[in-house]
Design a protein around this ligand. Structure first.
Ligand code: ADQ
Length: 459
């Protein structure tokens, strides 16, 4: 059996310091790495001179990390990844920074990764590279003579061609993708926008069986939506911590309907828009005041990037304004919490919420929507309100789909969800739950690795 090699910016395999695998992706990949005697490579998250890889094997899984010098972190991670590619790929041209130094740092770090990882690759290893931080890595590895089967999965959207062409080096970036054998996208929509670029900018053609040809090179590009670790999440929802949290929520709600939002504090998640939609609901439904409240959980991320400091300040101000305008002596309409919680606690919160409000302006997938569905009580499920611009909308069409740019749309959906009969809630929830359960993170991992294994090994 081929070994599996996973390469991503950060490694979330379990280690002696952090024994529990972090998140669904980690669970899925960890299980595969254990079975296939694989290695997970990435950046340690620490700054320092790039030296040797640090290997650690814990619970049958090997991870290998390197430190990066401060300049590399600034240009590659804070710079090109978080200030150039992330906003651009989320359709935010106005927030995108175009700096040659960022691009230089990005390519340099990808070369460093290739240099340090290359010698540890064996000829029949399957290599799976993850996300926008590492787009050129496949090309770098090919330059070093590797003929292995190499796949790439993009966790974020693929932007429309006309947006992408604003990136001075767009062609170089996309050409690098053709070093891979298989490329995976979260949804058909992102796959189609990729096709559009390949046809219009590269003169490529789309063939049978998801094959794409540019010049003499044919690769396969598939839609392969990521799932959650549904089994574990359902178990989490029944855990004692989830039950305690649920009881706490019910007690503190004193009969009011809870609307919950759980999002990394990121401008792509549409937090401001969903506060605005909630505010519109409060403005237009004075009778509903004190029957409802919104709990927004938003742990800060990428705090060293200015646009993240800005969104945080805007949300602080907006939440203050909403509470200032609507709160009563015995009712606060919005609880805004900036901290992380354990999976069991989140499951308890989701289960206590009559509405899960997920309104990204653009999102590759959005796992919170799936977690909310997985955590519900089958006999009395809540209602998912989901942005039509999340990748998850393609699978969760029974949610109340909304346009997050429209406060009226969000307000109407809140009204509809609060009035929805138990029968309709169950009828909408069940097919969504079946999807979340069946197309889980293990399904996703198998679908991608199967496509990669189907690539003929070069003679
Ligand atoms: P993100 O944008 O980070 O990742 P998202 O899908 O929104 O991911 O999931 C966030 C995760 O963080 C969820 O599992 C959620 O439970 C967790 N989380 C959020 N707030 C938390 C809190 N306060 N405490 C603890 N956990 C919290 C990218 C893409 C997504 C894509 C994923 C996976 O942007 O579109 O779904 O990768 O491919």
């Amino acid at each position: 059996m081929s070994r599996l090699i996973v390469i991503s910016n950060r490694v979330s395999a379990p280690t002696a310091d952090q024994p529990g695998a972090q998140g669904g992706l980690a669970v899925a990949l960890t299980a595969a790495l254990r079975e296939a005697d694989g290695i997970w490579f990435g950046w340690s998250g620490d700054t320092g001179e790039t030296g040797e890889l640090k290997f650690e094997t814990y619970d049958g899984v090997t991870s290998a990390t390197i430190d990066l010098p401060e300049q590399d972190v600034e240009e590659y991670y804070d710079g090109y990844a978080n200030r150039t590619l992330w906003p651009l790929f989320h359709y935010r041209l106005g927030l995108t920074e175009f700096e040659r130094d960022f691009q230089g740092g990005y390519e340099r770090v990808n070369r460093v990764f290739g240099d340090v990882i290359g010698p540890h690759i064996q000829p029949d290893d399957l290599i799976w590279v993850h996300d926008y931080h590492m787009i050129p890595l496949g090309w770098v590895l090919r330059q070093r003579g590797l003929t292995n089967r190499i796949g790439f999965f993009l966790h974020i959207p693929w932007p429309p061609t006309r947006l992408l062409t604003a990136l001075p080096e767009h062609r170089r970036l996309v050409e690098a993708l053709f070093a891979y054998d298989v490329i995976g996208f979260q949804s058909d929509e992102w796959l189609e926008t990729f096709h559009d670029y390949v046809i219009s900018e590269m003169g490529g053609s789309i063939g049978k069986n998801e094959h794409i040809t540019v010049g003499g090179r044919t690769i396969r590009a598939i839609a392969c939506p990521i799932g959650i670790d549904a089994k574990e999440f359902v178990a989490s929802a029944g855990s004692s911590q989830a039950r305690t949290t649920h009881a706490r929520m019910v007690e503190s709600s004193i009969g009011r309907s809870l609307i919950v939002g759980v999002d990394r504090l990121d401008y792509s998640k549409g937090l401001e828009e969903h506060f605005n939609g909630y505010q519109r609901y409060l403005e237009t439904h004075p009778d509903a005041h004190s029957n409802v409240y919104l709990l927004q959980i938003a742990p800060p991320s990428r705090a060293q990037v200015q646009s993240y400091q800005d969104i945080r300040a805007q949300l602080d101000a907006l939440s203050g304004r909403i509470n200032g305008a609507f709160a009563d002596i015995d009712w606060v309409p919005l609880r805004y919490v900036n901290q992380g919680f354990s999976r069991d606690m989140l499951a308890g919160v989701y289960r206590a919420a009559r509405i899960g409000l997920v309104t990204p302006l653009r999102d590759g997938m959005n796992l919170v929507a799936k977690e909310y569905v997985a955590a519900q009580d089958p006999e009395d499920p809540g209602v998912l309100i989901l942005s039509q611009f999340a990748g998850a909308a393609a699978q969760l069409g029974n949610a109340l789909l909304v346009n997050p740019y429209s406060p009226d749309d969000i307000a109407d959906a809140i009204e509809r969800a609060l009035a929805m009969s138990r029968e309709e809630r169950i009828a909408r929830w069940r097919p969504m739950f079946e999807n979340v359960r069946d197309e889980d993170v293990i399904w996703w991992r198998k679908r991608f690795t199967k496509a990669l294994m189907a690539v003929p090994i070069p003679a």
